[in-house]
Design a protein around this ligand. Structure first.
Ligand code: GDG
Length: 464
């Protein structure tokens, strides 16, 4: 790298993925998911270096400049991708941290790969950072990096942010490598969580497992190093989304979408990565029953569900995909007119512009994860929906529920309860819906991604 950076972000993924087409040509594509949506605008504004994997195994890629910051690719072998990423990150930590809604698998080889890859990321960060720089490590794939980095470069200021929930202590203790993970995180000067409950779980765990002195949110790790844990609810570029949704292109696209759907009276919308934490099985069953019972009418109502492909080689995700295909197929075979399905289901990714067009036309946005660190889709809908007539149905178990209190809150495990709230959201008088939407819009306008980054980085800079 030509120049050392005073601000460095370290994340499993770069904001862009290298894609090689069948004719051998190479292209860069924005990588999917909430972390990139959130951090890209921060990086564009602050500059610095983003360290991460470039999405192609067994390939070395040289650093390059992108949108005003440096992109530093970290290589992964195909075996590491399987063991560190698909294995330990997504088949051990992901289910464990999401309340074990799927069974976590524990394999020692996966752990070994996790340690190896975390060390590689720590070394890359140590190399890219200037003297006294701030390094901000992101998410569950890299929990060992803070401590490794501190050992390599004690001069750095190290922050860590966990985008997913930090589980209750009883669940975390299952992890055979629980002490190593705790010590890894405690290498950071500041450890950020989405909600206060996550920080509380973490501090309780530290107290119980380590014998270190904990005073309120501060853990004295060594004589010279303390680590603070706090909640920083993440958000979106609210104005950016609102502006995008109001461009003539998006407006035109939303009209074309309406046309394609046959101008239904009411549109229910779901947008998720195809992930078992997002509560798709329960949501689709609830919507299906509403159609079957005649509470929703397929001649007037439609449920549009977009599930973006995700982690497609992990077993649990393959099973989920098949389950959803089956469920949607069964419902559509039983209700709806010819050429007018009750559920319009697409297993595909769409450009952000199309997402905004969908948010524009959705009367009821249905966000019902079984557990979610925050959930940006809920906030994006609120930002993009052009008026206050829409309604947001939101799971109590999404971090966003703590902020978006005026949403129609549901327990996604309670099918009857969820059906009742879905109907309430669809049929409440306009005045009642407007009152809620106004409050929601105010919330996402006042708490943007810039506030999140400023709060975290401000605290990190101010720690003594
Ligand atoms: C993790 C945590 C936390 C989805 N499909 C498409 C697409 N997306 C975009 C959405 C949104 C993002 O991906 C998804 O963010 P979420 O927050 O809903 O969920 P995760 O990916 O699980 O994110 C989560 C987040 O990190 C941030 O901290 O909120 O709790 O699990 O921005 O719009 N974007 C495009 N096409 C798609 O098909 N362009």
């Amino acid at each position: 790298m030509s120049q050392l950076a005073s601000f460095v972000v370290v994340a499993n993924r770069l904001p862009v993925d290298r894609v090689t087409a069948s004719d051998g040509s190479v292209d860069w594509r924005t990588s999917p998911g909430g972390l990139v949506t959130a951090l890209e605008p921060v990086m564009r504004q602050r500059g610095g270096a983003w360290i991460g994997w470039h999405g192609a195994a067994d390939e070395q890629v040289a650093p390059f400049e992108h949108d005003g910051y440096s992109v530093v690719p970290v290589p992964l072998s195909a075996a590491e991708y399987e063991e560190y990423y698909e294995g330990f990150s997504n088949a051990t930590l992901w289910p464990l941290y999401h309340d074990t809604v799927a069974f976590p698998e524990f394999h020692r080889e996966w752990w070994d790969a996790y340690v190896t890859v975390n060390r590689r990321f720590a070394e890359a960060a140590a190399e890219a950072a200037d003297e006294g720089a701030t390094v901000w490590v992101q998410d569950y794939q890299l929990q060992l990096v803070p401590q490794m980095l501190r050992e390599l470069r004690p001069d750095l200021r190290v922050g860590f942010f966990l985008h997913i929930p930090f589980p209750p202590i009883e669940l975390f203790l299952q992890l055979p490598w629980r002490t190593e993970i705790l010590e890894g995180l405690l290498g950071a000067d500041l450890v950020g969580f989405q909600v206060p409950g996550g920080a509380a779980n973490f501090l309780r765990l530290v107290r119980r497992q380590t014998g270190l002195k904990v005073e309120r949110d501060r853990v004295q790790v060594t004589d010279s190093h303390a680590s603070v844990s706090r909640a920083y609810p993440i958000s979106i570029d609210t104005q950016g989304f609102a502006d995008l949704a109001n461009t003539p292109e998006v407006i035109a696209e939303s009209e074309a979408l309406l046309e394609e759907l046959g101008h239904p009276k009411r549109i229910f919308l779901g947008v998720d990565r195809l992930d078992y934490t997002k509560g798709l099985r329960q949501r689709i069953r609830a919507m299906g029953e509403l159609f079957e019972e005649g509470k929703l009418n397929p001649a007037e109502d439609v449920f549009l569900q977009v599930a973006t492909p995700s982690r497609e080689r992990v077993e649990e995700y393959k099973r989920l995909r098949d389950d959803i295909d089956l469920l949607v197929g069964r419902i559509n075979s039983e209700v709806g007119g010819i050429g007018r399905p009750a559920i319009v289901y697409r297993h595909a990714g769409f450009p952000r512009q199309t997402m905004a067009a969908m948010y524009r036309i959705a009367d009821v946005m249905v966000v019902t994860p079984l557990r979610d660190g925050m959930n940006l889709v809920a906030k994006e809908y609120v930002a993009c929906h052009p008026n206050t007539g829409g309604a947001l149905v939101l799971s109590e178990f999404a971090g966003a529920a703590l902020e978006l209190k005026q949403a129609y809150l549901v327990n996604p495990y309670d099918l009857n309860g969820m059906k009742a709230v879905l109907m309430q959201a669809a049929t409440d008088p306009l005045k009642a819906r407007e009152r809620r939407m106004r409050a929601l819009k105010k919330q996402v306008k006042a708490n943007t991604i810039d506030h999140w980054a400023d709060a975290f980085l401000g605290d990190l800079a101010g720690l003594d």
